[in-house]
Design a protein around this ligand. Structure first.
Ligand code: KIV
Length: 271
């Protein structure tokens, strides 16, 4: 039996069982092959090819500019590196909002061309028809409520969402709608922890929080943020597990110095 066949892939039903058994789900964003092999081997359950690639890989200010073709490229790279983790791909801005037939066509392209296992899209009631169409085609969909960065120009800021009774009620109602429409999970971004806990209890499907407190069924962070690759970004919800910015700068400076002083390569490093 090949190594590939020996490794048990995380599936939507696997994530569902984790919720039932109280095992938290660890999700991270990932955009390339090398990092996919590392994050996968370290036990990450879900690798999200997030449209945050638009920010952290391409240097755009928002997630809006990234295209479906670019998301497909990143997803192909991650799929080649992930042996155990589920590969979940964000549907980019403009690939699903206009109508459900376009949404299905975009989701089909992602599934056909990348080897990924599921798609994620942002929004509530307004994208319900698209979610129904995609799930009916047999494609697993994860929803995303709360702060939905593709709507940044409507929000006006990346501030906390779901504040106040009316907003909280709307979010709970839409979470239930997404579950009803067939979503296998739901990202809750930047909402009060109490509200996220309420949603997580009300839903049978797992919730994955980012800035939504510890009572979600799992957590997600942008990989570059979690690894401390970006010193400027330090929101309250972020825990940095490494200082890669410091380490990369130190290693690169040492390399530059060695090259300048003809200390690299040595005789042992030459043919
Ligand atoms: O694109 C992304 O990184 C995301 C996460 C923040 C959930 O959607």
């Amino acid at each position: 039996m090949s190594y590939l066949k020996e490794v048990k892939r995380i599936t939507t039903t696997g994530l569902q069982s984790m919720k039932v058994q109280g095992e938290k789900i660890a999700m991270l964003t990932c955009y390339d092959y090398t990092m996919a092999t590392l994050l996968d081997a370290a036990g990450t359950d879900v690798l999200l090819v997030g449209d945050s690639a638009s920010n952290v890989m391409a240097g755009h200010e928002t997630t809006l500019p990234i295209t479906l073709d670019q998301m497909i490229y990143h997803a192909q790279c991650v799929s080649r590196g992930a042996k155990r983790a589920m590969v979940l791909v964000d549907m980019p801005f403009g690939s699903y909002q206009s109508d459900s037939a376009i949404a299905l066509a975009s989701a089909v392209r992602i599934m056909k061309e990348t080897g990924a296992h599921a798609v994620k899209l942002e929004g509530g009631e307004e994208v319900l028809e698209s979610i129904l169409k995609i799930t009916k085609a047999g494609i697993p969909v994860m929803g995303h409520l709360g702060l939905t960065p593709q709507s940044i120009h409507q929000f006006g800021s990346y501030g906390l969402q779901g504040k106040g009774e009316e907003a909280a009620e709307k979010l709970i109602k839409e979470a239930l709608m997404l579950q009803e429409a067939g979503c296998f999970g739901l990202v809750l971004e930047k909402i009060p922890a109490v509200l996220a806990a309420k949603v997580s209890t009300a839903l049978q499907i797992p919730t994955i929080g980012i800035g939504a407190g510890v009572n979600c069924d799992g957590q997600v962070l942008v990989m570059q943020d979690m690894l401390g690759m970006n010193n400027e970004f330090k929101p309250k919800f972020l825990r940095k597990y490494a200082d890669l910015a410091g380490e990369i700068t130190r290693a690169t400076s040492a390399y530059v110095q060695d090259v300048k002083q003809a200390q690299f390569p040595s005789a042992e490093e030459s043919y």
